[in-house]
Write a protein that binds this ligand. Structure first.
Ligand SMILES: Cc1cc2nc3c(=O)[nH]c(=O)nc-3n(C[C@H](O)[C@H](O)[C@H](O)COP(=O)(O)OP(=O)(O)OC[C@H]3O[C@@H](n4cnc5c(N)ncnc54)[C@H](O)[C@@H]3O)c2cc1C
Length: 501
C-alpha cells in the first residue's frame, strides 16, 4: 500500500447484504463516536423489516432493498462506500477497493455473501439466480422460452419449478426425492401434488411410526401438470449484488412463451454430464426426449441417466460458493471444505481482527446438538448480529456467550404454497441409525414428522398450519424424555400443548 493515501476507520464491514447491514447497525449504534465504514459492491443495501420473533428461536421478517443513504441518516458516524474490495492486507490492516482507494481498519467484518455454483462458467446458455439483476435476466429470457431445464434440488430449484408458468420445466435432481436439502422423501411426496395445482383434498389423518415411500430409481421421471395427474415416463459478471431471499419472485412475473399453466417433469437421481448445441447433438448418438424437436432447441443437456434434453436455456441452482477470493490472496485464512471462511464462536476468522458472518463464513465452533449451519436469511441476520456484538465485546474486553439462537436450528418458509417449519435435526442429520421417526400426514393439509433420538425429540418437519412449532421447540430445548408418550405425541385427537402444560 506504499504511496497510497489511506483513510482510516475504527470499524469496517464489507458487504451490504443482510449479514453486513445487521453487523454494521450493531457496531455503529454501540460506538456512536467511532468512524464506521460499510464497503459494498452493490448500489443498494438490504434492510430487515417487519421483524417478528415467532417463538424462542423462530423468527420471521421481510427484506427490502434500500438506498444506502437511509443507513447513513440513521447513523451519522457511518460512511457507506460503493466499491468492491479487491484486496485485503491483514498485516497492515487495510483493504483496497476496485476504484483504487485504500481504507484502514482496527476491526474488520467480512460479509460478502456467496454466489451460485454454476454448471459451467461464462456460458450464456446457463443462468444462475442470485441477485436482482440475475432474477431480471431470468425473467426476460423466460418470457421467450418454451422449455427450460432447472438443475438443482435446493430452495431455489424448489421455488422456481413451482412459480414458473407458461413454460415446460424439466427439473433434474441428483437425489431420490425433491427438496432433499430441506426435507425427506415423505414430505416430498406430500408436496408433489401441489405441482398439479389441484385443490387439496381433505382426508383422514394417518399416523405411522415410520414410513416407506416408493422412491423413483435412477433414470425414472415423473411429470406433473397443473390440473392434470402425475404420470411416470419411461427412459427415453458484473459486481455481485446481495442475494435475493424469501418471496424474491413476489411481484416478478415468471411466465414463459406458452399458453399452458404449469408443466413440470422431474428427472430423479441424475446430474448434468454435458451441455451442447443442436449441431453437436446431430453428431451425437444420444436422442433427445422429444424426437420431433430434435435439433431445434438452442441448447441440449446430457444427463447422467442417459437422457439428452433440449431446452431454451438451463438454470443452474446447485448451491453457492462463498465470495472469499479477494480476501484470500496474501493472507492465511483457514478455509472450510465448503469454501467458507472458518469462524469461531466469536465469529472470528483465523486472521487477527478479522471477523466474518453470513454466507461467506463457515461456523466451526462446536455446534449445539440441535443446530446446523444452512446458508439462509435467518442465519445471515443472526450471524451479523452476533458478529457485531462480538466485535463490541472484544473491543471493550467484555465476556460474551454464543447467542441463544444457535441452540436450535429453526427455519420457517413456504414451499409450494405450504407453510414449512424446520426444527433441529429435521432430517436426522448426523444421527445415523440412532433415531426413530413419527409421522402424521393428512393429504393436502399437513405433514408432521418428528425425529426422536434416545427418547428425546431432536428434530421436526411441520408442513401446513400445524400450530405445533412452539410446543415442539420447547420439547427440544428442554431435552425432555418422551419415551412414555410414544405415538401419543402425534395423536391428532390429543391437544399436545395441554399435555405438556
Ligand atoms: C434466489 C434466492 C432465493 C433465496 N431464498 C431464500 C429463502 O427463501 N429463505 C432463506 O432463508 N434464504 C434464501 N436465500 C438465501 C439468502 O438470500 C442468503 O443466505 C442471504 O441473503 C445471505 O446474506 P449475506 O448478507 O451473507 O450475503 P448477501 O446477501 O449475498 O450479501 C453480500 C453482500 O456483499 C457484497 N459483496 C460481495 N463481494 C464483495 C466485495 N468483494 N466487496 C464488497 N462487497 C462485496 C454484495 O454486493 C452484497 O451486498 C435465497 C437466495 C437466493 C439467491
Amino acid at each position: 500500500m506504499a504511496g497510497k493515501q489511506v483513510k482510516k476507520f475504527e470499524f469496517v464491514v464489507v458487504g451490504g447484504g443482510i449479514a453486513g447491514v445487521t453487523c454494521v447497525e450493531q457496531v455503529a449504534s454501540r460506538f456512536p463516536s467511532a468512524d464506521v465504514a460499510l464497503i459494498t459492491a452493490g448500489l443498494q443495501i438490504k434492510a430487515v423489516t417487519n421483524y417478528k420473533q415467532v417463538s424462542k428461536t423462530l423468527e420471521e421478517f421481510d427484506v427490502e432493498e434500500r438506498p444506502s443513504g437511509v443507513l447513513e441518516e440513521r447513523f451519522p458516524n457511518l460512511t457507506v462506500i460503493h466499491s468492491a474490495v479487491k484486496s485485503l492486507h491483514t498485516h497492515s490492516h487495510c483493504v483496497e477497493t476496485a476504484d483504487g482507494r485504500v481504507f484502514g481498519y482496527k476491526k474488520l467484518c467480512l460479509c460478502s455473501g456467496a454466489r451460485p455454483k454454476l454448471l459451467t462458467q461464462d456460458d450464456p446458455r446457463v443462468l444462475g439466480i442470485r441477485d436482482t439483476d440475475s432474477a431480471q435476466e431470468f425473467q426476460k429470457r423466460l418470457s421467450k422460452a418454451k422449455r427450460i431445464v432447472v438443475v438443482g434440488n435446493g430452495g431455489i430449484g424448489l421455488e422456481l419449478v413451482y412459480e414458473v408458468e407458461g413454460c415446460e420445466v424439466i427439473w433434474a435432481v441428483k437425489d431420490k426425492a425433491i427438496g432433499n436439502a430441506f426435507f425427506d422423501a415423505g414430505a416430498a411426496q406430500f408436496l408433489i401434488p401441489a405441482l398439479e395445482a389441484d385443490k387439496p383434498q381433505a382426508a383422514a389423518p394417518c399416523r405411522r411410526l415410520c414410513y416407506t415411500t416408493e422412491e423413483p430409481g435412477p433414470g425414472a421421471a415423473q411429470t406433473f401438470t397443473a390440473g392434470g395427474t402425475s404420470r411416470g415416463r419411461s427412459s427415453g459478471s458484473v459486481e455481485p449484488g446481495s442475494a435475493l431471499g424469501p418471496d424474491w419472485h413476489r411481484g416478478v412475473e415468471l411466465r414463459g412463451a406458452e399458453r399452458v399453466s404449469r408443466r413440470v417433469s422431474v428427472e430423479y437421481q441424475c446430474e448434468v454430464e454435458k451441455i451442447f448445441s443442436s449441431e453437436e447433438l446431430l453428431r451425437s448418438p444420444q436422442r433427445p426426449l422429444n424426437a420431433e424437436s430434435e435439433g431445434s432447441w438452442p441448447v441440449y443437456i446430457q444427463l447422467t441417466n442417459g437422457k439428452a434434453v433440449g431446452c431454451d436455456f438451463v438454470v443452474s441452482a446447485t448451491g453457492v460458493v462463498p465470495n472469499t477470493e479477494p480476501f484470500l490472496r496474501g493472507n492465511s485464512f483457514a478455509v472450510a471444505d465448503d469454501g467458507g471462511l472458518q469462524v469461531d464462536d466469536h465469529m472470528r476468522t483465523s486472521e487477527p481482527d478479522v471477523y466474518a458472518a453470513g454466507d461467506v463464513c463457515t461456523a466451526c465452533w462446536e455446534h449445539s446438538p440441535l443446530w446446523q449451519q444452512m446458508r439462509l436469511w435467518t442465519q445471515a441476520r443472526q450471524m451479523g448480529w452476533h458478529a457485531g456484538r462480538c466485535v463490541a465485546a472484544d473491543v471493550l474486553s467484555e465476556p460474551i456467550e454464543l447467542d441463544f439462537c444457535f441452540e436450535l436450528f429453526s427455519h420457517v418458509t413456504k414451499f409450494f404454497n405450504h407453510k414449512v417449519v424446520l426444527l433441529g435435526r429435521f432430517n436426522a442429520q448426523g444421527l445415523g441409525s440412532d433415531h426413530e421417526l413419527l409421522v402424521r400426514c393428512t393429504k393436502g393439509r399437513e405433514y408432521v414428522k418428528v425425529v426422536l433420538s434416545r427418547g428425546r425429540m431432536v428434530g421436526a418437519v411441520l408442513i401446513g398450519e400445524t400450530d405445533l412449532e412452539e410446543t415442539f421447540e420447547n420439547l427440544m430445548l428442554n431435552r425432555m424424555d418422551l419415551t412414555a408418550y410414544g405415538e401419543e405425541l402425534l395423536n391428532p385427537d390429543v391437544d399436545i400443548e395441554d399435555y405438556f402444560d
